[in-house]
Design a protein. Structure first.
Length: 331
């Protein structure tokens, strides 16, 4: 296929990594979920669309990684397999999946599924394990999946855990997570990643357990940890099952049902984005003036810049119905 690599002058974006939010459907319904995924959500990225996205992206420039998550990507296992195979065929070197392990009911099942995925070209696996996920998925399933993954041998096997307030904060949620992780740490060859949960989406209901700052946060946008680069030149994009191309949960830079992914990437200019231009220049505090013009009353305290950002975007969502999507991220 003819490749028309865009020159740096053509685009502000230099996309090296793509995350597919394969579905917002999930076997769990975690209290901290930014996307409010759950059993009642519907839709998934079909194989035709995922192929199209990968072809367009690799036509622009070589990709370094593809990750598939959600929601729970194993609910659409054929589509997951398809993405991994397609990415391998296009020469994308790192191909990973993030799962809650609901499907790993015993080691035999876990080994079979993971062996199949390895044969398709999967190179990395991340398992979610913390208080929130274990409300829905037995820890035994995570152990089954983790042991099988290590036995089969992937380039990288890791566990991601989210903590309430901070990773060192003492509270019921974090103590539960810590105890569970001690059991998982018995498996060698696994990386453990601990993150503070983001105060957004369904997680907003946990605000009472979060330390709020007396002063309004005036800092810059830190950019989500999984988005390499910055808002002007993000190196990672996420594409969801509704066609939204997002840089942070609930902030879209375009929708593939309205224009091609190539055009979205080519046209992206942070200075022209209705919401990101303000966040980029002024930090989330810049949204406060606009929210006030629309009747927002500033009375509460916030944990950090992202908490403020989310609360203001939540208020402004009806004013920016195209930029502030997927809508389900908001209340
Ligand atoms: S929530 Fe707002 S401030 Fe935080 S990373 Fe996202 S865009 Fe930036």
């Amino acid at each position: 296929m003819h490749k028309f690599f865009l020159s740096r002058g053509d685009s502000h974006m230099n996309v090296k990594h793509v995350d597919f939010l394969l579905t917002f459907k999930c076997s769990a319904e975690c209290q901290h979920c930014s996307y409010k995924a759950g059993p009642r959500r519907t839709g998934y990225i079909n194989s035709k669309d995922s192929s199209q996205y990968l072809e367009e992206l690799t036509n622009i420039q070589p990709l370094q990684s593809v990750w598939v998550h959600g929601g729970e990507p194993f609910l659409y296992y054929d589509c997951l397999e398809h993405i991994i195979k397609k990415a391998k065929g296009l020469g994308i070197p790192r191909r990973g999946v993030i799962t809650n392990s609901f499907w790993a009911k015993d080691e035999k099942i876990a080994k079979k599924k993971l062996r199949e995925l390895k044969d398709c070209g999967l190179t990395a696996l991340t398992f979610s394990a913390d208080f929130f996920h274990q409300e829905f998925v037995p820890l035994e399933n995570v152990r089954n999946a983790l042991k099988s993954a290590v036995g089969i041998g992937f380039d990288n096997t890791s566990v991601d855990s989210y903590f309430v307030n901070d990773v060192t904060s003492y509270n019921y949620f974090n103590q539960f997570t810590k105890k569970n992780l001690e059991l998982l740490e018995e498996t060698d060859g696994v990386e453990f990643h601990r993150f503070p949960m983001r105060v957004e989406g369904r997680g907003i209901t946990l605000t009472e357990y979060i330390t709020l700052k007396p002063d309004i946060p005036l800092g810059k946008c830190p950019v989500p940890f999984w988005i390499e680069g910055n808002l002007q030149n993000p190196e990672t994009i996420e594409i969801d099952s509704e066609g939204n191309v997002t840089l942070c949960p609930g902030i879209s830079i375009g929708n593939t049902n309205m224009q091609s992914l190539t055009k979205i990437i080519k046209d992206y200019d942070v200075e022209k984005h209705s919401i990101l231009s303000i966040i980029w220049k002024e930090g989330p505090i810049g949204l406060l003036k606009i929210a006030k013009e629309h009747g927002f009353q500033q009375t509460q305290q916030y944990a950090n810049e992202c908490h403020l950002c989310y609360k203001l975007r939540n208020f402004l969502q009806p004013v920016y119905p195209y930029s502030l999507v997927p809508k389900e991220c908001y209340l």
